[in-house]
Design a protein around this ligand. Structure first.
Ligand SMILES: [Zn+2]
Length: 278
């Protein structure tokens, strides 16, 4: 499409400020030029970002980044299902301490991943229970990951019903799964997966079903570089400056103006994570 044809379009400032609710900014692929990545994001209108923590050590790094950029970067603290078997009593109490830090705005990334099963399913379920309990104790939302584990994921969320708020990050599921999540009260995180005409086409049709006050945007960088970005960076690394490109795809799918989607998704992100205005 015409608006995808130039490099400048990919990083053009959004009409309204955006918030990247899922960026793995502590990832080592950003070690060489992290400040430039942050500067490009701000130049593109991405005014705040929630840095994903996926391990205890990664969450500590996410918190450090948030402290270096007060009011702009925030962190999640959690243990991804891939690392669930690492969550013993000692690391759980360290995580609980970390999660209480003001810069930490959610518990997670947590959930279930039966696609890879890097941790045994039983360990994944236990780690998920513990992190839902932690979020309830400290009154913060959960940042949720689910892959090929929908039924168990929903069953565990139901067990903890009414004690959590949260977002299903990187939603790529079916209409039934979307409706189930919406009934549970989840917010929905949409990534550049929607820009993939092979894998993401079904998401386009689902976008009008997501209430504006529950639709959040994320890059999940350095992963999930939007497939239709032109030209693509040689590194194939995704970064938060490409969030306006994802926002434009979501807005088109909803038949909505980009500015209106930007305004509602930014308000929704601030509400869920209790972020201050910029
Ligand atoms: Zn994830």
């Amino acid at each position: 499409m015409a608006d995808h044809n130039t490099a400048s379009a990919a990083v053009a400032p959004a009409l309204a400020p955006l918030i990247d609710i899922g960026i793995n900014l502590a990832h080592d692929s950003y070690d060489r030029d992290r400040d430039a990545v942050i500067a490009r994001a701000h130049a593109a209108g991405v005014v705040q970002m929630v840095v994903t923590g996926a391990t205890l050590a990664g969450s500590v790094r996410a918190v450090a980044l948030a402290r270096e950029h007060p009011g702009r970067l925030f962190a999640t603290a959690g243990v991804h299902p891939h690392h669930a078997s690492e969550l013993d009593a000692a690391s759980l109490s360290a995580l609980a301490e970390l999660a209480r830090i003001p810069e930490v705005v959610a518990v997670g990334e947590c959930g279930l991943d039966y696609f890879r099963n890097f941790s045994p399913r039983g360990a994944q379920q236990q780690a998920f229970h513990r992190q839902l309990e932690l979020a309830a104790q400290i009154g913060k939302p959960v940042f949720l990951h689910q892959r090929d584990a929908h039924d168990d994921f929903v069953a565990i969320l139901r067990e903890h019903a009414a004690r959590w708020r949260g977002v299903a990050h990187c939603f790529t599921g079916s209409e039934d799964q979307l409706q189930c999540y919406l009934q549970l009260g989840l917010a929905i995180g949409i990534t550049g997966w929607i820009c993939d005409e092979r894998r993401g086409a079904h998401l386009t049709a689902l976008m009008p079903q997501v209430p504006a006050e529950r639709l959040l945007l994320e890059t999940d960088g350095p992963y999930l570089l939007p497939r239709d970005l032109t030209p693509k960076p040689a590194s194939r690394r995704n970064e938060p400056a490409y969030l306006p490109h994802v926002a434009a795809a979501v807005a088109r799918s909803r038949g909505e103006a980009l500015e209106s989607l930007a305004r509602s998704s930014t308000a929704a992100a601030r509400a869920l994570f209790a972020l201050p205005p910029v």
